[in-house]
Design a binder for this molecule. Structure first.
Ligand code: ATP
Ligand code: MG
Length: 583
């Protein structure tokens, strides 16, 4: 490819709305352009990156025995109604009707569609196990589309689905996918970690997410340095402390005028925040109220709360809503004597004694309160957010926390979809049985963004060679000078013949602009040809990642550079020198 004809509109400044590095650099490097919030066009360089990630994904899916198909974006509402997800998905699902009023979704995922396909086409145990996948755009009307490709409303996803006879077989398919994902993200040059994850709207019990470690990540993971434990904060747990041996005291009403927050009450009563139990009032479902009890120094984790409540549709009681419930005194709500709300307590409360709660009257709290003595708890749940410093549930060591970008997730589904959709096969014994399923997603476009978050410097992107838009850029300082042009063309042709992906910067631009663009776009290897090359007979080669510079003789530059490229590629192959760092 010649740069002079390439559509790569690089920018000096990043758009003001771009908050994270990957968004800024994708825009500045002329790789994407925004169409509307969360909707982007990929320009040639950006699309090259996508195609290269897709190629790696296809190779590894193939190696794992999965077959590629392509399903439509438009999915009939009727399929989604069978499983109830037409309603459950809520406003995140993009919906439309055709000219006859038939409703459709722009697919956010495809469990229903594929289960319907397999139900119709696969009848016998002899055809199982079967894993199918597609790479297709998905649509989710995210509340907050942001961070460029990281959280789009239209994005590219690889989604795979396995159909098995037994749970053990399904676990084997899951484990094959786990291995394939590990190879995919290693080959993409990413520093990632697989963590235990929540199953949310997709369903099933066992799930893991693949997290690319990066400060800009929207996910939080907890992991243990002493053992292998790693989990997303949506499912991380910690063992409960030993119950204290403190003697149970009689509860007492104390005046706490104007002291509403945990911090205020702790200071006022001169007690630590973990001696307080706060009662948070949530509205959920059809206007029902829940009182959620957590230790004063703890936060509620929304994903855990949605599991406890049985719905993702909830919010903290806010503003004027309080006026509808005069019996609830804002800032002084507590579990004692309250009966208009559904009480759910975090399990941690069960090991607390003589704690402080709101007294359900203005300007007062109760001290020395105890479960069983002063109030009853019928629902215990795991609701709190685990923090760094909490104990590891596996080994008791101290947990650490890190930010991650979720690039993939795998689920052991079971029969959630096959049972609901009556998708059965005839087993060896002649009995009709629902398939046992697994589902496996990778955010292709998000992976491109995550790679930039992990690989960049102040000058631009540093692509891992496996997913770079081109492997080598040949920067000719004066392409209009014949001697330089002749050398550059020779090297460009030679590298092309050796199947090195090379771009020739033949633009009539300043050297500074060309170097800046090459660094910004992030070609892994830069070959510089100028007057000096003509005089000395040497070309200079710069490695983008390390800024290392090497000189080669013009005469054998093609061989040396292609050897260098082959070596750089092999570093990212599973089993290559970097393999032990994976996972
Ligand atoms: P998130 O929690 O980030 O919203 P999710 O758990 O809802 O993601 P999945 O249903 O697991 O997403 O989808 C599979 C993969 O698709 C994710 O691991 C992620 O890489 C990608 N993905 C999901 N939503 C988006 C989005 N809005 N933009 C880009 N990629 C996305
Ligand atoms: Mg997910």
């Amino acid at each position: 490819m010649k740069f002079s004809v390439l559509l790569a509109p690089t920018l000096k400044e990043s758009p003001s709305e771009a908050e994270v590095v990957s968004h800024k650099l994708l825009m500045r490097a002329g790789m994407i352009r925004k169409v509307a919030a969360g909707i982007y066009t990929f320009l040639p360089l950006g699309y090259n990156v996508i195609k290269k990630i897709e190629r790696i994904v296809r190779e590894e899916m193939g190696r794992a025995g999965a077959q590629e198909i392509l399903m439509p974006v438009l999915q009939p509402a009727d399929l989604w109604r069978i499983t109830g997800r037409w309603d459950q998905f809520g406003p995140e699902m993009m919906r439309m009707a055709d000219r006859n009023g038939r409703e459709f979704a722009l697919g956010p995922t495809a469990e229903e569609m594929i289960t319907d396909l397999v139900k119709n086409e696969v009848k016998s145990y002899r055809q199982l196990p079967l894993t199918l996948y597609q790479i297709q755009v998905k649509f989710r009307d995210e509340i907050r589309p942001r961070f460029g490709l990281m959280r789009g409303r239209e994005f590219i996803m690889k989604d795979a689905y396995s159909f098995n006879r037994t749970v053990e077989e399904m676990q084997q398919s899951y484990s094959d996918m786990y291995d394939a994902y590990s190879r995919i993200f290693s080959r993409c040059g990413l520093d990632y970690r697989a963590v235990d994850a929540a199953t949310g709207l997709i369903g099933g019990k066992v799930s893991q997410e693949f997290m690319v470690l990066a400060e800009s990540g929207e996910s939080t993971i907890l992991y243990c340095e002493s053992c292998n434990y790693a989990a997303s904060d949506e499912v991380a747990t910690a063992p409960l402390a030993e119950p204290s041996t403190e003697a149970i005291k009689q509860s007492e009403l104390v005046g706490t005028p104007g002291q509403k927050s945990v911090e205020q009450v702790a200071t006022f009563l001169n007690i630590p925040e973990d001696k307080i139990v706060k009662t948070l009032i949530y509205k959920y479902g059809a206007s029902e109220l829940a009182g959620i009890l957590v230790r004063g120094d703890r936060d509620v984790n929304d994903e855990k709360l949605s599991v406890a409540l049985g719905t993702a549709d909830f919010h903290l009681l806010a503003g004027a809503e309080w006026q509808e419930y005069p019996e609830l005194i804002r800032g002084f709500v507590g579990p004692v004597g309250i009966n208009s709300v559904r009480l759910i307590a975090d399990k941690e409360i069960s090991v607390m004694q003589n704690f402080v709660v709101g007294a359900n009257r203005p300007d007062a709290h109760l001290i020395n309160v105890n479960v069983g003595e002063d109030f009853q708890v019928e629902e215990w749940a795991d609701i709190k957010t685990i923090k760094a410093g909490d104990k590891c549930p596996a080994c008791g060591g101290a947990l650490l926390s890190a930010k991650g970008i979720e690039v993939g997730q795998i689920f052991q589904l079971g029969t959630k979809y096959s049972a609901a959709m009556e998708a059965m096969y005839i087993d060896e014994d002649g009995a009709l049985k629902p398939y046992i399923m697994g589902t496996y997603g990778i955010g292709i476009s998000r992976t491109a963004a995550a790679a930039i978050e992990q690989n960049h410097d102040e000058n631009g992107i540093i692509w891992p060679i496996s997913i770079a838009p081109y492997e080598v850029s040949v920067v000719v300082l004066n392409y209009d000078k014949n001697e330089q042009k002749e050398i550059a063309d020779r090297i460009y042709d030679g590298l092309s013949k050796k199947e090195v992906e090379v771009i020739l910067d033949d633009r009539i631009e300043s050297a500074g602009k060309k170097f800046a663009d090459s660094d910004l776009i992030g070609f892994p290897v830069q070959v510089v040809i100028g007057n000096r090359t003509v005089k000395s007979g040497n070309v200079e080669v710069k490695i983008r990642a390390t800024a290392e510079r090497i000189e080669y003789r013009v005469d054998d530059a093609v061989d040396r550079i292609s050897e260098l490229v082959v070596k750089m590629r092999s570093m990212l192959q599973p089993g290559g020198p970097d393999a032990e760092n994976a996972g």
